[in-house]
Write a protein that binds this ligand. Structure first.
Ligand code: 0WD
Length: 254
């Protein structure tokens, strides 16, 4: 029943105990994976170190994804610690709060570029440096949201960045399939995390999900964690380039 035993998986995007990446870590660890975590900056280092410390044999490495040298340093460190990498979980996004309210038409050049750099290009950048370590095949996953496909209130430039992210998943999947590396996205329903704090009127979004989603409840991070476990495992070996919805069905009705 240890679906991930012998698998080395890198998790990027734990900020605190509410982070989706942290729930993913719990699911992966409980199925026997060996984990490495990255932290963005000293601002979150202590919190990530404390959380990672509760998972035996895990390692923690710095990586701000806006800096190429840090991604290169990460790849070198992962190679040193693990030798072979089997999985990569990308759970990172950022936009300035002023871009996450009001009209999308008011998005600044700089805000657009920053949101795309951290939320979409970073997947390409880390995949580029880490797939060469996936000598035994691998699974890469990222986190997306329905705002990639629909114009949703206040999501604005992040929706456009998520559309770029989802397209990147398809192009990366097509490139890396020949190396037996799969690339997928999980589109999660809204969850109250640090990142969600930046989105205006988040409560009404949650309420709409409770009312309209087929399962009549909001998404829990553990539900995303268990789908991530499936994506990291052999069970999902036929799936690549896909966006899997873990949203209690909201996208079919909302
Ligand atoms: O409703 C939600 N919470 C949903 C989130 C619904 C659907 C998708 N998502 C996505 C987010 O867009 C993101 O891609 O899930 C992913 C994880 O988000 P989260 O777990 O909701 O949020 P959070 O716990 O804040 O983790 C995102 C982290 C950052 O946290 P803060 O809030 O400190 O910015 O991404 C990391 C950082 O730890 N991050 C970076 N990591 C490396 N380099 C960088 C960076 N430059 N910028 C942000």
């Amino acid at each position: 029943t240890e679906l991930l035993s012998g698998k080395n998986i890198l998790i990027m995007g734990v900020a605190n105990e509410r982070s989706i990446a942290w729930a993913i870590a719990q699911s992966l660890a409980s199925h026997g994976a060996r984990l490495a975590f990255t932290y963005e900056s000293e601002r979150v280092e202590e919190r990530v170190r404390k959380l990672a410390g509760t998972i035996p044999n895990s390692v923690i490495l710095p990586c701000n994804v806006t800096v190429d040298a840090e991604i290169e340093g990460l790849a070198a460190a992962v190679k040193e610690h693990f030798g072979v990498l089997h999985g990569l979980v990308h759970s990172i996004a950022f936009a300035k709060t002023e871009e996450l309210e009001g009209l999308f038409v008011d998005t600044s050049r700089e805000g657009f570029a920053l949101a795309h750099d951290i939320s979409a290009y970073s997947l390409v950048a880390v995949a580029q440096k880490l797939y060469p370590l996936m000598n035994e095949g691998g699974s890469i996953m990222t986190m997306t949201y329905l705002g990639a496909e629909r114009a949703m209130k206040n999501y604005n430039v992040m929706g456009v960045a998520k559309a770029a992210l989802e397209a990147s998943v398809r192009y990366l999947a097509n490139d890396l399939g020949q190396f037996n590396v799969r690339v997928n996205a999980v589109s999660a329903g809204p969850i109250r995390t640090l990142a969600a704090k930046g989105i205006k009127d988040f409560n009404s979004i949650l309420r709409a999900v409770e009312e309209k989603a087929p399962l009549r409840r909001t998404t829990e991070t553990a539900e995303v964690g268990d789908t991530a476990m499936f994506l990291m495992s052999h069970l999902s070996r036929g799936i690549t380039g896909e966006v899997i919805y873990v949203d209690n069905g909201y996208h079919i009705v909302g």
